[in-house]
Design a binder for this molecule. Structure first.
Ligand SMILES: Nc1ncnc2c1ncn2[C@@H]1O[C@H](COP(=O)(O)OP(=O)(O)OP(=O)(O)O)[C@@H](O)[C@H]1O
Ligand SMILES: [Mg+2]
Length: 259
């Protein structure tokens, strides 16, 4: 069975022009993401991962090149079709969890999809916390809440930028398992940016490795471990072999070029 192409990136470059300098952040990036695929993007800090993700969101257009979503040229944000999750959960502190989750529906003047919200809260282990304020939730719970908020809109594509970067290692592992569970159920197309190579391998169908600035796609690694994946996978020799090889790429290119 061949899957349809969900995201097509063609020769995308992004140049930032500030008062004092010009930064070439992403250069000639071309790749596609299939429907239901889980892609992780890794690379040294400052290599353009976040910039690439913003280009895919339609919020910050590329300087040149194109992005197509389901064959349609992306020219503006598509809040019904593309969801975003960031390192900070961005929950409004004066609204309860459920009020935060309902906010995008209110903004769009759409009825709340109760059934979906309930199912997502259940999978996220947040049942019973609907009326808690973000300040009363742990970091992991807040991040799960922000993922529920994004998925409740039932987007086709989920763009995630270091969503678990601020969490401790143990919570992060739990979040990875949660995300895989929810992805296996919903089969959204996910592009997930992370600093952690092991997180990328654990989650992804494919890992895109970016070179240092200007960020180019330097390598694509197919991750063929069976699903559902167990957290102990990270101790298997094959996993460690892939980890080492990607790390060599990222670190080698860092020292070779000077960032
Ligand atoms: N709004 C901006 N204006 C000017 N330069 C920017 C802007 N945003 C990012 N840059 C520059 O573009 C380059 C890529 O930044 P980007 O945030 O995409 O990197 P990153 O790979 O996400 O890094 P990190 O892993 O640290 O989050 C950096 O050199 C950064 O300084
Ligand atoms: Mg970033």
């Amino acid at each position: 069975m061949t899957q349809a192409t969900r995201i097509k990136i063609t020769d995308v470059s992004k140049i930032y022009q500030t008062e004092t300098k010009t930064v070439e952040a992403v250069k000639n990036f071309s790749e596609s993401v299939k429907d239901g695929e889980f892609v992780c993007v890794v690379g040294a800090s400052g290599c353009g991962k976040t910039t690439l993700l913003w280009c895919l969101s339609g919020l910050h257009p590329a300087t040149s090149g194109t992005v197509h979503i389901d064959g349609e040229l992306l020219t503006k944000p598509l809040p019904d079709r593309i969801g975003m999750v960031f390192q900070d959960s961005n929950l409004l502190p004066w609204r309860t969890l459920i009020e935060n989750i309902e906010l995008p529906f209110q903004i769009k003047k759409k009825p709340v999809n109760r059934e979906l919200v309930d199912e997502l809260l259940e999978v996220a282990g947040l049942k019973g916390f609907e009326n808690s304020y973000p300040g009363e939730l742990s970091g992991g719970m807040k991040q799960r809440g922000s993922i529920v908020r994004a998925l409740a809109q039932d987007p086709e594509v989920l763009l995630m930028d270091e969503p678990f970067g601020a969490l401790d290692a143990f919570t992060r592992e739990e979040m990875n398992l949660f995300l895989l569970k929810i992805w296996e159920r919903t089969r959204k197309t996910i592009v997930f940016v992370t600093h952690s190579i092991s997180e990328a391998i654990f989650l992804a169908d494919r890992v895109w490795v970016m070179s240092p600035r200007p960020g180019r796609l330097s390598r694509i690694v197919d991750v063929e471990f069976a699903r559902p994946r167990h957290i102990d996978l990270q101790f298997e020799p094959k996993f460690i072999e892939i980890l080492k090889s990607i790390r060599e790429d990222v670190e080698g290119s860092k020292s070779g070029k000077g960032n």
